[in-house]
Design a protein around this ligand. Sequence first.
Ligand SMILES: [Ca+2]
Length: 496
Amino acid sequence: MRVDPRKYLFFLVWAVSISASSPALAQGNREIAIVFDGSSSMAGRMEGKIKLDIAKDALSEIVKDIPAGSRVALRVYGQRFSVDEKEKSCQDSEAIYPMGAVDAESFARKVASIRARGYTPIAFSLTEAVKDFTGEEGWKRFIILVSDGLETCGGDPCQVARDMQAAGAPVVIHGIGFSVDDKAREQLTCIAEATGGKYFDARDAGGLLSSLQTIAKKEREPAPAPPAKPPPPSPAPQKPEYLPPPQKTRFGKEIRGGRYYEDAVPIAPGQYRLDHDLRVDEYDYFKIAVKNGQQLRVQYTTPDEGRPSAGALIHTADRLSVTADATLNTRSKTGAVSMELFDKGKDPLDFYILIGNKYEPQSKNALIDVFLDDHFDGGSQGDAGPKLESALEVKAGEYESNWLSRGDVDTFKMGAEPGQVVHVKAMPAGERSHMELIFYNEDREKLGGFSSKDRGAAVKGNAKVPEGGVYFQIKHGVSSDASTSYRMKVEVMAPK
Ligand SMILES: [Ca+2]
């Protein structure tokens, strides 16, 4: 039976035109990266013909139907190395026709040169295909992935597709399965759906053709004119404009900070937005009092449309930066700056929160969340601190929530009679944490030291209470300094 290459052509073209039907795509030109299967199985047969030949015919034909003004790239994976060279074949993804206007003759020559030889590195190829786009503003980006089977190089192409969306530079991927099995169909569908694209099955050619004809006919009808929109307020030329995700409800109380430290506006934990846009390197100043043993965290989320930048900084009352410069430049992403206050006495200290970033103008629609979390020790309202003189007094009992911040040392004094034995057990929440427990007398002489046997394990130990009472410290072990909460149990026993 002769296979009509145009039926494959048909859904390749339709894959593009259905996207064009979306109102978001009604305007603007398209960059289409075709990712094409040159793996060994394409040498197999389908409907009496070599699959590669069928696909080649379709590819050569479609260029005639590519909408005017579009750019096309052709990338082939798996064709350069045989299945005997897995490592090389799994890194084999080559743009044989770079992104640009299509010259039918030279495109056809490239298509004719494709061979079917190696593995199927789909994940790798998708990652590479993103580089085929010019990144020019106003161009919509599509990948048409043609495969006759599953990824065979161990990659996770569906995850790659999801990551591409999460990275804020969306590409719509349409997957085409050539005579694929259920697993490959599932994978290609997952890739397509993760990006808002469609999957096309080329096995049931007859049924597919008729339904595609119906849809394609509809797609060719002129779309109703969209309602006139006022032009957007003078967008500065910067990153390419991609498909806007659906609009979300706006949260956050509108606030305005001071222009500098002197007129910083007091702020409480909560969710906010600024009531105005910011220029590059312009900041709104706020201030907040942080107690010893609290963590201040400022989270910033870039808006889902408009300028994608947001940033925040925490400064001390001395105007020193506590946090590294932190900004985002991707839509609908969240970042945070935070600091934990410990070993700093009983009075709260003032900190400044600066909203803004030094790289890009920042939209007022960036969302700002301010959190003040209690990282207290031993049931107190503060941090136990590093000094014996100011140790936190505890009694026998269980203390559910204690914190070892980064660089923190917690010192406790135990109320017990000389001669009694004090048992302490501390269990970190952090699975990578390694903790130490050290007992002292009032002269800071070490009575005994213990460390957790494994990372994430409890540290436990005991000491006989000397005259003047017993102190103990809990601190991070060697090469373990991540902030963690821990449970602590303290027991007093009579000497044996
Ligand atoms: Ca602490």
